[in-house]
Design a protein around this ligand. Structure first.
Ligand SMILES: Nc1nc2c(ncn2[C@@H]2O[C@H](COP(=O)(O)OP(=O)(O)OP(=O)(O)O)[C@@H](O)[C@H]2O)c(=O)[nH]1
Ligand SMILES: [Mg+2]
Length: 436
């Protein structure tokens, strides 16, 4: 059976951008000003997926129309526009039911997509590694399964483009059973990949692990590059990063492992979170999170909330976080900055672009590292140089005093070296003891 993810050249078979219109509703969960911001985000999502937004439609409704989501009048208005402007696709900010999409498609004869479609589509075209590809394919198929009938008719008519970067025409005859089999196979593959990843991770249990988390496009990869002087891909696109990259970061006397991770977004499809579990494990198993926030966004508070909700959803809400307000170079208003400081006194202002705030971030990380250190005092026989040189290597020696045949050392040591130290001490069966 063919792979459901089409090859790269199939992804961009249309040389010109698809012409799309966006549709949002306010008055149900949020008001007009918020809906405006959301639809702007949808425009960025559409652009990332290769669509050019020609028009945006917003409707005030207190409940969704069961058969078409929006009301008949608005739908007619959109229909006229779609015909007049040769629109390829209509993209809804909210998720539609299979029936709603089918009804709207039949009326408008245009391709109908929702937010989840778009996100899945972007993930599909950005997935590079085997793990990411497998995870995306699984999410796509699970999204598709309950909508199968609609998609088969839909795909036989459409010639690809945004939202169709899943099963193509050649699989039209493929039935549920085959998809079910494919899903089990993908799950098995992910299970194996997950096992490998766990083995690899065992090798680095000693280091403190820190993950950069945050809303998509907040500047996580940029910050990773600024902090570690590496060349992780940075783009003004949503979901530029799908796989976590790990780099070493020197903080004081220690190397910590810093991971760049996939960004979050409002209404990240649940399937996607499920299938990205192993990538998200990286976050859950971290010792510390650097929560990167785009401080120039008017939706900043909303983004912070979404990130916290997603962290809760993946079981990472217990991991301590340091909040970083990035893109501070874009804020000229001193009063706004002061307000931010009052509202979030612990957040660190930074600019990955200008290299601002990097030292403060490292200091804050070092502070957390401190908590992992323990203070000790040891009395050793003077000839026990092995222990002393070990301490010189890994500990911070505060005081070292020679008395006739003994040495007393006062030091701070990372708790993770205590095992080795105790091993060394046991082997030299001399008269030695911890004072502290
Ligand atoms: N002005 C300004 N722009 C920034 C700063 N940091 C990042 N950017 C820009 O923000 C955009 C997104 O940056 P990325 O580092 O790719 O963001 P990300 O959080 O990794 O995004 P995803 O991987 O897509 O979730 C890029 O266009 C960056 O150049 C900053 O400090 N100031
Ligand atoms: Mg990134």
């Amino acid at each position: 059976m063919n792979n459901f993810i089409p090859s790269q050249n199939q992804l961009h078979h249309k040389s010109e951008q698809e012409r799309v219109v966006l549709v949002g509703v306010y008055g149900m969960q949020y008001e007009r000003d918020i809906a405006d911001e959301y639809i702007q985000e949808l425009e960025l999502l559409a652009a990332t997926a290769g669509g050019k937004t020609i028009e945006k439609f917003l409707q005030n409704r207190d409940h969704p129309e069961p058969s078409t989501y929006i009301g008949g009048g608005k739908l007619n208005e959109i229909l006229e526009f779609v015909k007049a402007e040769q629109i390829d696709a209509i993209i809804f900010d909210d998720d539609l039911t299979a029936t709603q999409s089918r009804n709207i498609e039949q009326r408008t004869k245009a391709k109908v997509l929702d937010r989840s479609n778009l996100i899945l589509d972007i993930f599909a075209s950005h997935a590079k590694t085997s793990a990411a590809k497998t995870q995306v394919e699984l999410a796509q198929l699970e999204y598709l399964l309950p909508r199968l009938t609609r998609y088969w008719t839909h795909l036989s008519r459409q010639k690809g483009g945004i939202g169709t970067k899943g099963p193509g025409e050649t699989q039209i005859e493929t039935d549920r059973r085959l998809i079910g089999k494919r899903i089990s196979m993908l799950k098995e593959k992910l299970r194996k990949l997950d096992k490998q990843r766990k083995v690899q991770r065992k090798g680095r249990v000693d280091n403190l692990r820190i993950s950069l988390v945050g809303y998509t496009n907040a500047g996580k990869s940029s910050l990773m590059n600024a902090l570690t002087e590496s060349g992780v891909k940075v783009e003004n696109k949503l979901f530029a990063t799908l796989d976590s990259t790990v780099r070493k970061l020197r903080v004081g006397k220690e190397d910590v492992l810093l991971s760049d991770t996939v960004g979050f977004i409002r209404k990240l499809p649940h399937r996607l979170i499920e299938s990205f579990k192993s990538t998200l494990d990286e976050i859950r198993e971290s010792d510390l999170l650097l929560h990167v926030v785009d401080a120039t966004s008017p939706l900043m508070d909303d983004y912070i909330k979404t990130v916290h909700e997603t962290l809760r959803e993946i079981g990472a809400d217990q991991v301590p976080e340091i909040m970083i307000f990035n893109k501070i170079d874009g804020i000229q208003d001193a009063e706004f900055l002061a307000g931010l400081k009052r509202a979030y006194p612990d957040a660190i202002p930074a600019s990955a672009l200008r290299g601002m705030g990097l030292e403060s971030i490292k200091e804050a990380v070092a502070c957390r590292l401190e908590e992992r250190y323990i203070e000790k005092e040891l009395i050793l026989p003077v000839e026990d140089q092995k222990v002393v040189s070990f301490l010189h290597d890994v500990a911070q020696i505060d005081k070292l005093k020679y008395h006739e045949d003994k040495i007393s050392v006062h030091f701070k040591i990372n708790r993770k070296y205590l095992g080795v130290l105790n091993g060394l001490l046991e082997r030299s069966d001399k008269d030695l003891s911890y004072v502290k």
